[in-house]
Design a protein around this ligand. Structure first.
Ligand code: GLU
Length: 323
């Protein structure tokens, strides 16, 4: 099977221009490298009714249609349960009864990387487990499930960042509220779809070592990553709805067309400054321009700033932040 890239937005609301830029880059990368471009609806948490459909519609208006029917995570609960089952058979899963507060208050384990799960529930005897399980059940809760790891740091290569090193601790596979954890579902789904390269926002870079480790345990093929910079608002914080007209729907209402989005992406990647050689001299006005124009080997690593327009007369451009 040909490899694949993907875009996997959470359907928690309308996509803002930063999310759209990441999705367009993922699409361009898949097209340039001959991979399939897939879309995944990560709807196990924070779902807003109708958001998944409107996110897909925005991309359709921009000319991007996924190569296969999107995978919907809420339809795949058995698959995630099976993956945990196979890890459990290998002795790699244990129940954790800790609350967030318990974890914060526990002394960290010796030699564990900072921020790692301190291992409180790792070695409990069956008697203690029964007692803690019953206590949680009385409060209407259930234990989380954690992966047993070597508690080390792992380094993975990244096409933009060089390498990513992050702790791989006993991370959660199924949360205490019964929801399958992000790190598990991403790995299971990428493997099922043959996603061998992931382009996504660099806010998720520190998850890649955990996901690489879990992928190896589940026998998934090796992946590579490209974590792209986020788009920031005027304050220097990541772009958000509170910054103003940031969604495609809002920008359309102010007169933006798909060509304005492509042109803005060009500016945001440095197309109006030193990026001329990397991105071509002329602003992009079509999806094909973007697919043909990006040189991923030299993609800008700095975040961009988006200053939302306040009325139809203002068409803003992306620029390097003055931080
Ligand atoms: N659903 C995640 C998000 O919207 C992305 C997951 C991923 O790309 O690995 O932030």
């Amino acid at each position: 099977m040909r490899g694949a890239g993907r875009f996997a937005p959470s359907p928690s609301g309308d996509l803002h221009l930063g999310n759209i830029r990441t999705g367009l880059l993922a699409y361009a990368r898949a097209r340039q490298t001959g991979r399939r471009f897939l879309w995944r609806i990560e709807d196990l948490d924070r779902v807003r009714a109708g958001a998944a459909a409107s996110q897909l519609q925005v991309f359709r208006e921009l000319g991007v249609v996924p190569d296969e029917t999107p995978l919907v995570q809420s339809e795949r609960l058995d698959v995630y349960a099976d993956a945990i089952g196979s890890l459990a058979e290998a002795g790699l899963v244990y129940e954790c009864y800790c609350s967030r507060r318990d974890i914060q208050q526990a002394a960290s384990a010796p030699h564990a990387p900072p921020g790692a799960y301190p291992g409180t529930c790792r070695r409990l005897g069956e008697g203690d487990r029964e007692r803690r399980r019953a206590e949680l059940a009385a409060a209407g809760r259930q234990p989380a499930l954690r992966l047993r790891t070597e508690n080390t740091e792992i380094t993975v290569p990244d096409g933009l960042l060089g390498t990513i090193t992050a702790p791989v601790d006993d991370f959660v596979l199924r949360r205490g509220d019964g929801v399958f954890a992000y790190n598990l579902t991403v790995v299971v789904d990428d493997a099922a779809s043959g996603v061998d390269e992931v382009l996504r926002g660099d806010d998720l870079a520190s998850s890649a070592p955990r996901q690489a480790h879990l992928g190896r345990l589940l026998g998934a093929g090796e992946q590579s990553w490209l974590h792209v910079p986020l788009v920031l608002g005027e304050s220097g914080a990541r772009l958000a709805k509170r910054d103003g007209a940031v969604t495609y729907e809002q920008l359309s209402a102010l007169g933006w067309k798909p060509a304005d989005v492509f042109e803005w992406v060009w500016h945001s990647l440095g197309g109006d400054s030193a990026g001329g050689e990397v991105l071509g001299q002329r602003p992009w006005s079509s999806l094909d321009d973007l697919v043909d124009g990006i040189d991923f080997a030299h993609l800008r690593r700095e975040p961009s700033v988006f200053l939302p327009p306040t009325d139809a007369a203002t068409v803003p451009t992306g620029s390097a932040p003055d931080l």
